[in-house]
Ligand binder design. Structure first.
Ligand code: BES
Ligand code: ZN
Ligand code: ZN
Length: 478
């Protein structure tokens, strides 16, 4: 982790970073010995927007930014710069023409880009690890970095989600994840964990069926944040798919990349981390989240294709494919959150379908909703944070595919067409008339191939900042 503080005197002979939109602004900040650099800086083109000048005992980094910047652009710029400066231990930084908020976004970018999941390496040489510990900001109007707290806490929550998702399934079982979530109570969150017998009692039959083939027994975690002094009701309900490993069950998946299915709890991780973020930021809104934690395994005890299950809602479901398990877990969680809390808004997030990867790749998550205003809010939060969503259709024709010959519905559509939409229509059958509901399918965006600067290879933590922003929009805190 990098520490950001306020420093003084950019002209001292230490590692330093000067950022400006014009080259002419840079030379004024060089000290006498560095004037030799001035000529080189003059020649620095847009192509090498970040350049390293080695002056023997110390290094000067010069970065030229665009003239037009957005929050996301500042973050990405921070990430790009981090890649260049990461081997310095301490850097003095002056960013010309940046507001406090610009600086914070820049630093947030450094924090997001500098994440790595390296706890399982035992033999990496020291040179593998970055050195950067401290960045002191000089020449700004800031007298302290207090305002950055909200940003750094958000970065922490993204890191928390990424860690949970990157951990292999032997390290994050439903029990272990539930224990981890329980620990968030120190922040003033209220966390209830339901074990298998409590789940039985309350009728989580679909979630239980998905988990029944695994030695790692299912759990439900309910996380509550009471941020509002006036209201007692929970206005927002969040639901996350927490399949800690998805082998497909008896309708087993192909071997190639099956290990990636340790990330099938990314929706739950994002929702829980978003709850952590609103607790850290003390957002004045009541929010409740529920995540279904199960492992989908084949075994003598596993649920089968063809089984008919009775959901918490009372509706019956014929299992067409045990690999369409996420929607089963979500369905009971959706029923529960509506019956217990009657939230005005319900948003669920899940690595639900391979079809959304085909449709949208890693550029957008898929957004399905029964309410335009709600989907507009989420889309706006997506554009602001760079965690973007694309509105997808739900239609009676898709819904019809979910009809079953022997039960109220089945858990797969016919064939592979519109697989993400049929999944959304399945979930929609568990939504009450007055609930404003949105479903975000993150199967394409939850893992990064490392090509996006703010998302190092592995878990992206997609959704944490999106949901944080969405909640703050509803709470009118942005
Ligand atoms: N967890 C998968 C979806 C998934 C696929 C997530 C790729 C991330 C990357 C989900 O449980 C699943 O297996 N869905 C099936 C549904 C099908 C059987 C109707 C799918 O998408 O193939
Ligand atoms: Zn599956
Ligand atoms: Zn799954």
């Amino acid at each position: 982790m990098v520490e950001f503080t306020i420093g003084r005197n950019i002209k001292s002979k230490e590692d330093k970073l000067i950022i400006a939109s014009k080259r002419s602004e840079i030379t004024a900040l060089l000290n006498e010995n560095e004037q030799i650099l001035a000529d080189a800086v003059k020649k620095q083109t847009a192509a090498d927007k970040i350049k390293t000048y080695n002056l023997g005992k110390y290094t000067v980094y010069v970065a030229i930014r665009d003239t037009k910047m957005t929050p996301v652009k500042w973050q990405r710029f921070g990430g790009d710069v981090w890649k260049v400066i990461k081997q310095s231990r301490e850097v003095k930084m002056q960013v010309i023409g940046a507001s406090a908020k610009n600086l914070y976004d820049f630093c947030l970018g450094v924090e997001l880009a500098s994440y790595s999941f390296d706890k399982y390496f035992t033999k990496k040489p020291l040179s593998y690890y970055p050195n950067l510990e401290k960045v002191s900001v000089v020449g700004s109007k800031l007298s302290s970095f207090e305002g950055y707290k909200a940003y750094t806490s958000l970065a922490n929550c993204v890191r928390y989600a990424r860690d949970l998702i990157n951990e292999p399934a032997n390290a994050v079982t439903p029990q272990i994840m539930a224990d981890d979530i329980k620990r968030l109570e120190y922040l003033g969150l209220q966390v209830d964990i339901l074990d298998e017998s409590q789940m039985k009692e309350r009728g989580f039959n679909l979630a239980l069926a998905v988990g029944q083939g695994s030695a790692n027994r299912p759990k439900i975690a309910i996380v509550k944040w009471k941020g509002s002094a006036k209201e007692s009701k929970y206005k927002i309900g969040l639901v996350g798919k927490g399949v800690t490993f998805d082998s497909g069950g008896i309708s087993i998946k192909p071997a190639a990349n099956m290990g990636d299915m340790k990330q099938d709890m990314a929706g739950a991780a994002a929702m829980v981390a978003a709850m952590k973020s609103i607790a850290l930021q003390k957002v004045a809104q009541n929010v409740v989240a529920i995540v279904g934690l199960v492992e989908n395994m084949p075994s003598g005890g596993a649920y089968r294709p063809g089984d008919v299950l009775k959901s918490m809602s009372g509706q019956t479901v014929e299992v067409g494919n045990t690999d369409a398990e996420g929607r089963l877990v979500l369905a009971d969680c959706l029923t529960y959150i509506q019956e217990e809390y009657h939230p005005e808004y319900v948003v669920d997030m899940a690595t639900l379908t391979g079809a959304i990867v085909v449709a949208l790749g890693s550029t957008y998550a898929g957004l399905f909703s029964n309410n335009n205003k709600l989907s507009d809010e989420i889309q706006a939060a997506g554009e602001y944070t760079g965690e973007r969503v694309w509105k997808m259709p739900m239609d009676k024709e898709y819904d019809k595919q979910m009809d079953s010959n022997i039960a109220d519905m089945k858990n797969i559509g016919s064939g592979r067409s519109a697989g993400s939409a049929t999944a959304a229509c399945f979930l929609n059958r568990f939504i009450e008339k007055n609930t404003k509901w949105a479903h975000i399918d993150i199967a394409g965006v939850d893992l990064s191939d490392g090509s996006k600067v703010l998302y190092p290879k592995g878990a992206s933590g997609f959704g944490v900042r999106l949901i944080n922003r969405f909640i703050k929009q509803i709470a009118k805190e942005v």
